[in-house]
Design a protein around this ligand. Structure first.
Ligand code: DGL
Length: 215
């Protein structure tokens, strides 16, 4: 049995932790978040580091591996965290590469926080994996907060997605773990016009590899 840490600003990581628990039930999961300071998606790199590092340092005392279930943290400060911490970190990033492979229209949409969308790492993901693909980045800047407070409305989701579909996107990337909680609503909204993708299965697979190495 291993102890797996899962960290996010808020309830996004809870969705990831549940998926891990379901796939790897024999392990102990420690889930931590920073609800007091969420949303992380509008913070600077310095703020993200000073908020998350103390929590992660504390978690590493008890964990064999930590899943950073927060696209915002990994696209901005993951390399610093890897230097500062002494535990394997599994990072989560917007699934630009699979989306670019899956699209038939050549148009994808990435739903993510402002910090993720403006990060150099996200720019690299697009340059490396989405050459020739049009990437739409709808304004989801208040989604994480609204989801955390259980206040997101069907009309807000519909409005955002209808513009994305109008532009021709046929793959929608959930690039913030908070949005996992509204995956079904998003799928219902887009019907068969677009595929909605998120990284929980990929995280579980990566985790299985890392756990094997630890054994
Ligand atoms: N759930 C996080 C992510 O994947 C961040 C949400 C937020 O706090 O803004 O990006």
């Amino acid at each position: 049995m291993n102890t797996i840490g899962v960290f996010d600003s808020g309830i996004g990581g809870k969705s990831v932790a549940l998926a891990i628990q379901k796939a790897l039930p024999k392990n102990k999961i420690i889930f931590r978040n920073d609800q007091e300071h969420m949303p992380y998606g509008n913070k600077t790199n310095d703020q993200l580091l000073s908020l998350s590092l103390p929590i992660l340092k504390d978690m590493q005392q008890q964990c064999d591996v930590i899943v950073i279930a927060c696209n915002t943290i990994t696209t901005t400060i993951i390399s610093i965290l890897r230097q500062e911490l002494d535990v394997p970190l599994i990072a989560i990033e917007p699934m630009v590469k699979p989306a670019a492979k899956l699209t038939k229209t050549g148009i994808i949409a990435v739903c993510a926080t402002p910090a993720t969308l403006s990060s150099p790492r996200y720019k690299v993901l697009k340059e490396e994996y989405a050459k020739g693909v049009k990437v739409i980045e709808p304004d989801c800047s208040d989604w994480a907060y609204l989801i955390e407070k259980n206040q997101i409305s069907a009309s807000e989701i519909r409005e955002t997605l209808s513009s994305v579909l109008k532009e021709g996107a046929d793959v929608i990337v959930l690039g913030c773990t908070h949005y996992h909680w509204i995956e079904k609503e998003i799928e219902n909204e887009v019907g068969d016009k677009a595929l909605v993708i998120q990284p929980e299965a990929a995280i579980v697979n990566r985790l299985k590899q890392v756990l094997k190495q630890l054994a």
